[in-house]
Design a protein around this ligand. Structure first.
Ligand code: TSJ
Length: 639
């Protein structure tokens, strides 16, 4: 006899999932595209757990044309037998918040802070979710709609729809468009995250397919070299000083793996992962690594005479100058803290990483004196530059005490409530003038800047700090700036919630955009990390049809589409630049929050962050332009 798909005993389950639908952001961080992409990661992480448990070596991810996603693996298959609650174990997994424990026999919970929300949350936030579990000779089928089961069970068990001698789990879901603001997965970001997962799990192969475009895009991620491969990838465009160093070990029941390599660059890029999850805010594993690295290198420096006995030690920053490192630990019970719950907080992780790093660094450097000397002379050079810059900075701040108090050409807004304030950095005086007339002066500030600002990457620190436009920006934003040798940046003092770069949609505009992003990335990186920086997307065309409404078009593809879909005649106006728009048009296209199009500059994950850095900082111009154009293509209404 068939049982009802759902009965009174399951009321509490329903309530649990209803809570998720009521406050989705509490479970997945946000309902923007970041949250949307997390749905995929959440599902994939279950398969990665199965891999870590030793039963799965293939994961497939497909983005379907209709906006749904399919994920499957060749693991053991989610248990489908009768659970103590009287239904298939699979049902319990998908309908119970924080299911785990009982079914979660994986040693490492991939869940880290906001990421690990459980498959039941994905289920609750999906219009439908279908699942096929291959195990025990059959394919077991189940389906849910907005978290509620719609398949009738046979004595509490799932229907078997076909025979199979394989095992694995297959999940197909469509994110609920009544919950998510954006329902289009960001393919590049999904790929980047999957690639990262492949680097962290060298025995795993991940197949990715994006079927949404005109042509199907396929990628296979398999990275035999693991962390070293990851490191090489991050450093692929850098001038490296030696072969990558890698080590691993275990302590306190925590597995520690690390790889590092110095580059001829002054940036420090130390990335931390716990149970395969990238920790944006770092944490104890990184503290352990950095502290021990500083101690060990200083003692070598004294030992081989680079530092005399009475010399002060190199600072941690001196020693990490140009360092790229990836630290990956596996922890049975991670704890996270910080603003976005992505900072590892376990003290035993600090102890374990310190122990392994201390032992292994000495083993390595005792046998590789060439690399040791390279690394130490790099630190010495960094220390010398630091001392020089400290002097310059002291001079600047004492001699020209008020040098930052310049408002330049800033037309500030009236409001002092940072949450509602926006500042537009506008290329050119004429566009700046129109923007000044067009804006809502209550909360929108306009800062016109001359054609090209200084390229901070190529200029020395004293030139950068002496540059009038840069000073005006630092002063206007109100939060100071940070540089390698000292951090005076305080984001809580930021005077504008949104900093909008407004440049023409041409090559020069892209260049200015790049220069500004480089400035922010180097001196005020938190502006970007915390999502305060936007790029305005002025339209390229305006079409005025004989009948119907006029429209702004933002790229050539949009114009092509318009030509195809609009039969009647229309007038086409092409904008050459912001300066050509009158105040009304400027308000409508780039200033009015209700109608404007702008792109938030995001640095989502470790690989992207490093790619963006390289792109923005590097000497090649082409990839930067590409970056700007890609952003332009991804532009969406920000309302
Ligand atoms: F998230 C999810 F539940 F939707 C999901 C889980 C999605 C996908 C694509 C795969 C999985 C998943 C779960 N793959 N593999 C597993 N494995 C188990 O759940 C499993 C299998 C066997 C045993 C056992 O003790 O025999 C235990 C577990 C946890």
């Amino acid at each position: 006899m068939a049982k009802k798909a759902y009965d009174a005993g399951s009321i509490s389950v329903l309530e649990g999932l209803e809570a998720v639908r009521k406050r989705p952001a509490m479970y997945i961080g946000s309902v923007t595209r970041k949250g949307l992409n997390h749905l995929i990661y959440e599902i994939v992480d279950n398969s990665v757990d199965e891999h870590l448990a030793g039963f799965c070596d293939e994961i497939h991810v497909v983005l379907e044309k209709d906006g749904s996603a399919v994920v499957w693996d060749n693991g053991r298959g989610i248990p489908v037998d009768m659970h103590e609650k009287g239904v298939s174990a699979e049902r319990v997994v998908f309908t119970t918040l924080h299911a785990g424990g009982k079914f979660d026999d994986s040693i490492y919970k991939t869940s880290g802070g906001l990421h690990g929300v459980g498959s039941s949350v994905v289920n609750a936030l999906s219009t439908y979710l279908e699942i096929k579990v291959s195990r025990d000779g059959g394919v077991h089928y189940d389906k849910y709609e907005r978290g509620i089961p719609v398949v009738e069970l046979e004595d509490g068990l799932l229907p078997v729809i076909s025979k199979t001698n394989k095992t694995g789990t297959w999940v197909h879901f469509l994110p609920d468009d009544t919950i998510f603001e954006k329902t289009r997965f960001k393919g590049a970001e999904v790929m980047s995250r999957l690639h990262e997962t492949a680097y962290l799990n060298p025995k795993l192969t991940i197949f990715f397919e994006d079927r949404r475009g005109d042509t199907v895009m396929k990628e296979v991620f398999h990275e035999e070299e693991g962390l070293v491969g990851f490191l090489k990838d991050i450093n692929k465009n850098a001038d490296v000083l030696h072969e990558p160093v890698c080590f691993s070990g275990e302590s306190e029941h925590i597995t520690v793996e690390a790889a590092f390599q110095y580059t001829n660059d002054f940036h420090e890029n130390v990335l931390g992962f716990c149970n395969n999850i990238y920790n944006t805010e770092g944490g104890t594993h990184l503290t352990g690594f950095k502290t021990v690295l500083t101690t060990v290198m200083n003692s070598y420096a004294k030992e081989i005479g680079i530092l005399k006995e009475k010399d002060p030690n190199f600072t941690g920053a001196d020693i990490r100058n140009g360092l790229t490192a990836v630290i990956s630990i596996k922890h049975p019970d991670p704890i996270f803290e910080g603003q976005t719950k992505t900072k590892l907080d376990n003290q035993d992780a600090l102890k374990a990483v310190s122990k392994v790093t201390g032992d292994e660094l000495v083993l390595y450097f005792d046998r590789n004196l060439e690399t040791l000397k390279t690394v130490l002379s790099n630190a010495e050079r960094a220390a010398n530059i630091r001392k020089k810059e400290e002097k310059v900075k002291t001079n600047l701040l004492t001699k020209q005490k008020y040098s930052f108090d310049t408002n330049g050409k800033l037309s500030n807004c009236e409001s002092r409530n940072a949450e509602e304030c926006e500042i537009f950095i506008v290329e050119g005086d004429s566009a700046g003038g129109s923007a000044k007339n067009a804006r809502d002066r209550k909360y929108q500030a306009i800062l016109p800047i001359r054609g090209k600002i200084l390229n901070v990457e190529k200029a020395s620190i004293d030139k950068v700090l002496a540059n009038a436009e840069i000073k005006t920006m630092i002063n206007a934003f109100g939060c100071g700036f940070s540089e390698g040798f000292g951090n005076d940046f305080d984001i809580s003092k930021l005077r504008y919630d949104k900093i909008v770069i407004m440049a023409d949609a041409d090559v020069d505009g892209a260049h200015i955009c790049t220069l500004l992003l480089t400035l922010f990335y180097r001196f005020m990186p938190d502006l970007i990390y915390q999502g305060h920086v936007y790029i305005a997307m002025p339209p390229l065309y305006k079409v005025v049809p004989a009948r119907g409404e006029e429209e702004y078009l933002y790229d050539d593809a949009a114009l092509e589409r318009y030509k195809k879909t609009h039969k009647g005649s229309f007038q086409l106006q092409r904008y050459k630049g912001l300066g050509e728009m009158d105040a009304g048009q400027l308000w409508e296209t780039t200033l009015n929050p209700k109608t404007r199009v702008m792109k938030r500059v995001e640095v989502e994950d470790a690989r992207m962050a490093s790619d963006v850095t390289e792109m923005l900082m590097g000497s090649e111009v082409a990839p930067r332009k590409q970056f700007i154009y890609e952003n332009a293509r991804e532009a969406e209404l920000d309302v």
